[in-house]
Design a protein around this ligand. Structure first.
Ligand SMILES: [Zn+2]
Length: 494
């Protein structure tokens, strides 16, 4: 074990400076615990520290004051498994091979050369690795447990209603805290991943979190977002029921047909109240975890990272759930707290970045041998490095061949614009500075800007695409690559 491990930070810094360690400037000595919380389906702009008008996140707001808050972190998809794999491998979805949740049904993810998860990398570094997950799309059958010594998931109940497929944040955190108290090995660094599901539909908050009530401020927000009731009425019956009728989600089996609902503004207001209640429940669970880590003496010197895999539409752009790649689906919160102000002064970072950059950014501040292995694999970059030279982030829509259709669609975000590549070669361009809701297409006015974004897209897509093994019955990535060729991509696959 590294002798600097477990020393208080100030002492460790002194020891490092006296002991001739090869620490680089701005690096944390030793092997700090790394605590990662990912929240499913949490859009950044429903947290107070990202400007939300309701008090959904007192714990995270306070945490952000002593952390780095990344204002423009973009998910590479709005689909759970691909995003988590991108976070864990530092690779874009087409590089790790999972561009839909369904890909893992027949071919679970398994680490291979160039596709190692951060859990396996840290385990080789001597870390104890433990995961506590809440939802069905990041369970063992997907292969995402690779590299974790301990993996705790919710056992799906046989009834399989929407509600039964997950467990509340409080339960998952309670399991994690119990493990920390009773089973976590002493004297070893820890990589802990806690996955929270509460903001994912169906939103069925506990009564104690139902504190938000629709008011004029909410109506103003719905108007600003141009939530259109008539457009929502066109959505399929299951989506309407699943998002707008909490009672349905509680009682009806997953595969049931459902009667089409009549959408009205009261139902949409209620969805916002319930979603925000689930964000509050998430915040409370983070507080519980933080307090337990404090009690156990594991908080002060740890690296803590809070993020989400993707957002949620909540009625914007004629959609209620996620999966599409409009900004509300891919703008995720990212808060990273490093121990001690000496490493990184708490501040806001406005640089556009992707979830693929999260671990490269964290590892660049740690003095771990395993970092070099991860850096050589990752497409993601250290966004705090002054030489960071990718001022944009790519998102792509899931190519799941059912329900959402198999259409390819991409978006590029930079600090000001979002550009879309749409099936058939159409393009859209939005100026987020004057049009954060992406409602006025400027593509025809700025063809050269569109061309630059198209080049940026291809520069990522042509880099190291990966194909799942032959014989995979549900190979979404192969479908994706075929479609990519159909619109002119000529990468050779190396
Ligand atoms: Zn998700």
């Amino acid at each position: 074990m590294n002798p600097l491990q477990r020393l208080p930070l100030a002492l460790a810094l002194l020891a490092a400076s006296c002991g001739g360690s090869e620490l680089e400037v701005g690096q944390i000595p030793g092997q700090p615990d790394i605590i990662l919380v990912t929240v499913d389906t949490l859009r950044a702009d429903h947290l107070g520290c990202y400007g939300y008008f309701r008090e959904t996140s007192p714990t995270l707001d306070a945490l952000s004051e002593e952390s780095l808050l990344f204002e423009r972190c973009i998910a590479p998809m709005a689909t759970t498994l691909p995003c988590h794999l991108s976070l864990f491998t530092g690779l874009w979805p087409h590089q790790h091979g999972y561009v839909a949740n369904t890909g893992a049904v027949t071919t679970p993810y398994s680490p291979s050369s160039g596709r190692q998860p951060i859990s396996a990398v840290l385990a080789r570094e001597g870390y104890v690795t433990a995961a506590f997950v809440s939802g069905p799309t990041v369970t063992k059958p997907t292969g995402i447990h690779a590299g974790f010594d301990h993996f705790d998931e919710h056992p799906a109940k046989s009834a399989r209603t929407f509600e039964d497929r997950s467990r509340p944040a409080a339960d998952t955190v309670a399991r994690a805290v119990e493990w920390l108290r009773e089973e976590a090995p002493e004297g070893k660094p820890l990589f802990l991943w806690v996955h929270i599901w509460d903001p994912h539909e169906p939103n069925i908050p506990a009564p104690e979190h139902e504190v938000f009530q629709a008011d004029a401020a909410l109506d103003a927000l719905l108007a600003e977002r141009e939530v259109d009731i008539a457009e929502l009425q066109e959505l399929d019956a299951v989506q309407l029921r699943r998002l707008l009728d909490a009672g349905f989600a509680k009682r009806v089996p997953l595969e049931s047909d459902s009667e089409r609902m009549e959408v009205n503004v009261e139902l949409v207001r209620d969805l916002y109240d319930r979603y925000d209640a689930d964000v509050l429940a998430t915040d409370e669970a983070v507080a519980t975890l933080k307090e337990a880590l404090h009690e156990l003496g594991r908080w002060d010197d740890s690296v803590f990272c809070f993020t989400s895999d993707h957002g949620q539409s909540l009625g914007q752009h004629a959609w209620l759930e996620h999966g599409t790649i409009t900004r509300e689906n891919v703008h995720v919160p990212l808060i990273i707290r490093f121990p001690g102000d000496a490493i990184e002064q708490p501040r806001k970072i406005s640089q556009t970045m992707s979830l693929v950059d999260v671990f490269p950014t964290m590892l660049a501040r740690l003095n771990l041998g395993a970092s070099s292995e991860f850096f050589s694999q990752a497409a993601g970059l250290d966004v705090l490095n002054p030489d960071f030279d990718r001022p944009f982030a790519l998102s792509q829509r899931s190519v799941r061949p059912t329900r959402w259709g198999a259409e390819l669609r991409f978006a590029i975000s930079d600090d000001r614009y979002r550009w879309y590549h749409i099936p058939g070669g159409a393009e859209e361009l939005y100026d987020l500075q004057s049009d954060p809701g992406e409602l006025r297409d400027l593509a025809e006015e700025f063809p050269e800007r569109c061309e630059a974004f198209r080049e940026a897209m291809l520069s990522i897509l042509e880099d190291r695409p990966f194909t799942l093994p032959e014989g995979s019955a549900d190979d979404a990535n192969r479908l994706f690559l075929e479609q990519l060729e159909a619109f002119g991509y000529t990468g050779t696959g190396d």
